[in-house]
Design a protein around this ligand. Structure first.
Ligand code: EPZ
Length: 416
């Protein structure tokens, strides 16, 4: 079994290069099948992309990678049911519902996989497809989505769901007539998908707003896009710099995509300098406690709630964290407590009393961002930490061991 071994307390100095956004790339790849030939640049080197490659090859699409550039050709592909095994590989498999429905007016697959951080229903995706004229039948975990025709519709999301927004876009770009999506998700990753679809010939307006308008077109062809920098990866390493940085530079970023994080870190008194496309951080002591409430973009991102919780264990005083997006996103907390943190869990709220002295020990990763949180805590803890179940982390953080080792982190992968 592979585990991560981390010796804490090392200063992190030098430059970390941020890769393409996981949550963009995993949507751009399924979206590509709506066209004939698509190029996607700056694709992150993560196993979620390998999972999507398996699904595309199964469908008969070609997937050629040249460095971080991906070319996807769909002329020879055919519509087949996405198997249970493939559906469960990741949450983003759900995007094949919208893409196959949009392209073939038929999609068959199972409930998607993804981190066990909540129930994560897909009711908003399915009701969006039905609004466009599709019928959805499900037999347990299996979904069959059919439409004689897809007709544009006015859709209002009861929650600004990222996945539902993207899936409805994929199903509506080739529909007849106009579709509007009210209360659409405004995450930058949605905008990245809109850029690709429009480059294929789609007609989508309202990017970055909560009202998207899609004018259906007859066909799509070509298209290329560059994956935007991963704001969650960037935020994770910025937090690492606040905890252990000595002039740690986080490079290739779009600061406006994570201003909700940097605003909070500056409120704590963190030493952060923000430039056009990079950030420099230094560890300082006596950080002030803060209150974090996770919200949809541009609010504080739920994906950085677990990483920042590790930092808050070191602040001078009591911090509060409210997780309003997912109902089960505190699975990192018992392990932080095991390391010496003082945290009370009250439903969807954490009360974090600091500063704690974190001591290395054996911990287990339960989900992607919980794993990131444990790595951050281990980098600060005294002594050695062993992190098990690290597959969760490796699927979503590109080359994390190399990136941290390069800046002085003592972290290694070991077979035990
Ligand atoms: C995307 O998930 C991201 N994943 C998540 O990142 C991220 O946390 C989330 O957006 C919010 O930003 C990918 O992009 C692959 P949602 P998604 O639809 O699309 C409820 C990570 O760590 N909901 O915005 O699944 C749902 O229960 C991952 O990188 C419905 O009720 O998120 C949840 O409470 C984790 N019905 C909330 O919305 C629906 O039909 C957020 O879901 C859909 C969602």
């Amino acid at each position: 079994m592979e585990v991560l071994k981390i010796i804490g307390g090392k200063k992190l100095s030098g430059t970390i290069e941020i890769g393409g956004a996981k949550n963009s790339a995993v949507a751009l790849v399924p979206a590509a099948i709506l066209s004939d030939r698509v190029a996607i640049k700056n694709v992150p080197n993560i196993s979620d992309i390998e999972s999507l490659e398996i699904i595309l090859n199964y469908l008969g699409a070609s997937f050629t990678k040249n460095g971080d550039e991906l070319t996807i050709e769909s002329l020879t592909m055919e519509n087949k049911p996405i198997t249970l095994e493939y559906s469960k590989m990741l949450r983003a498999s759900s995007y094949f519902m919208g893409a196959l429905l949009g392209k073939y007016k038929h999609a068959e697959m199972y409930f998607p996989g993804g981190c066990s951080i909540g129930e994560r229903p897909i009711d908003l995706h399915l009701s969006g497809f039905e609004a466009l004229g599709a019928t959805v039948t499900n037999d347990g975990d299996k979904y069959i989505i059919d439409a004689d025709k897809l007709i544009g519709a006015d859709i209002k999301l009861k929650f600004a769901s990222v996945g539902a927004t993207i899936n409805i876009l994929l199903a509506s770009v080739l529909a007849e007539g106009k579709t509007t999506i009210k209360n659409a998700a405004r995450e930058p990753e949605v905008g990245n998908v809109i850029d690709l679809l429009n480059d294929m010939g789609a007609k989508i307006s309202g990017k970055d707003s909560d009202l998207l308008v899609v004018e259906g077109v007859e066909s799509l062809s070509g298209g290329s896009v560059k994956v935007i920098p991963d704001r969650i990866e960037a935020g994770t390493y910025i937090i690492a710099g606040v905890m252990n940085g000595d002039n740690l530079k986080i490079n290739n970023v779009i600061p406006s995509h994570f201003s909700s994080l940097t605003d909070k870190l500056l409120e704590m008194g963190a030493d952060i300098k923000i430039f056009d496309d990079y950030v420099v951080t230094n560890k300082v002591d006596n950080l002030k406690p803060i209150k974090i409430v996770t919200e949809v973009y541009p609010g504080f991102p739920t994906d950085l709630q677990q990483p920042i919780t590790s930092l808050l264990t070191l602040a001078d005083g009591t911090s509060i964290v409210k997780e309003l997006i997912y109902e089960n996103r505190f699975q990192n907390v018992p392990y932080l407590i095991q390391m010496g943190a003082d945290i009370e869990v009250n439903g969807r709220e954490l009360k974090i009393n600091g500063p704690a002295k974190l001591l290395g020990c054996e911990v287990i990763t339960t989900d992607l961002r919980a794993g990131a949180a444990l790595i951050l805590a281990a980098l600060s803890a005294e002594g050695e930490t062993t992190i098990k179940e690290i597959k969760h982390v490796l699927r979503g953080y590109e080359n994390i061991i190399n990136k941290l080792t390069k800046v002085g982190g003592e972290i290694s992968l070991e077979d035990v």
